[in-house]
Design a protein around this ligand. Structure first.
Ligand code: R5P
Length: 259
């Protein structure tokens, strides 16, 4: 792996613990003003000191993040669809030149394995990896799951493995039963998305199980910024990911910070 690419990847996955807490705030690229992100800067700014990286679009980056104090950025570069259309019909929406200009540490793109536009999204991933290798920028592949697909180990192993085979440097997927087998058969590090908002304790337990079963961390959005106390939640998630806290220890921390 190229020096620049390794250097950028180590800004995302912290060498001290080999883990990462990425804060995903890119939801607006297809969902519009998602609950909790109506005014992005208000939500993101206080959480920034606790995020190892921010995953977002260039629009929110430019408008809402102070370049002087920004953490490492993982820029979402796929999109072009909305919740009202066929989601798998994504293309690349941001050039690698702009990603370089924005000094990002990684770029992210969704693949829709089994989706109507599967081929298009996989070819976009391959193209992005070629550009990532050229410019020394790691590529995060997000395994997007259509409504009609089961989020089980069989499907997620297929999607993660394809992402790794096509050259992604990091894969974001969902936690599932037998998650260990998903991680084992993926040649590159895996992080999990949090998914829809669930109870705070359950989200901490989900993060704990994912890390215990091989994930290098989380790329979590709604379960942090839609939590009753997002600032307490991101610190509790950090305790799980970086300090191996149990879900109960992390939840106690959440409650004490919330107070
Ligand atoms: C998925 O395609 C996007 O990156 C989402 O915005 C992100 O994965 C959502 O994170 P979470 O499920 O934790 O809200």
């Amino acid at each position: 792996m190229d020096w620049g690419l390794k250097n950028r990847l180590s800004r995302i996955i912290k060498p001290k613990t080999g883990k990462t807490v990425m804060l995903a705030v890119d939801h607006g690229y297809f969902l519009g003003p998602t609950s909790g992100l109506e005014e992005p800067h208000k939500t993101i700014q206080p959480l920034t000191p606790f995020a190892d990286s921010l995953m977002l679009t260039r629009g929110v980056l430019r408008s809402s993040i102070d370049p002087a104090i920004a953490p490492p950025i993982v820029l979402r570069v796929s999109g072009g669809t909305s919740i009202l259309s066929e989601l798998s019909n994504e293309g690349i929406i941001t050039s690698m030149e702009d990603a370089v200009r924005l000094n990002v540490s990684g770029v992210a793109l969704s693949i829709f394995v089994g989706g109507e536009f599967e081929r298009q999204t996989l070819l976009s991933l391959a193209e992005l990896v070629d550009l990532g290798e050229k410019y020394g920028i790691p590529v995060l592949a997000v395994t997007a799951v259509g409504k009609e697909m089961a989020r089980d180990a069989r499907y997620l192993s297929l999607a993660c493995r394809i992402a790794g085979e096509l050259g992604a440097h990091l894969v974001k997927t969902y936690y599932c039963e037998d998650f260990e087998s998903v991680v084992r058969s993926c040649p590159v590090p895996v992080v999990i998305a949090g998914g829809k908002k669930i109870d705070e304790f359950d989200a901490l337990e989900l993060s704990h199980k994912a890390v215990r079963e091989g994930a290098v961390g989380v790329d979590m959005g709604r379960n942090i910024f839609q939590a009753e106390n997002p600032l307490a939640m991101i610190q509790a998630v950090r305790a799980v990911v970086h300090e191996d806290a149990t879900p109960q220890q992390a939840y106690d921390l959440y409650c004490s910070i919330k107070k």
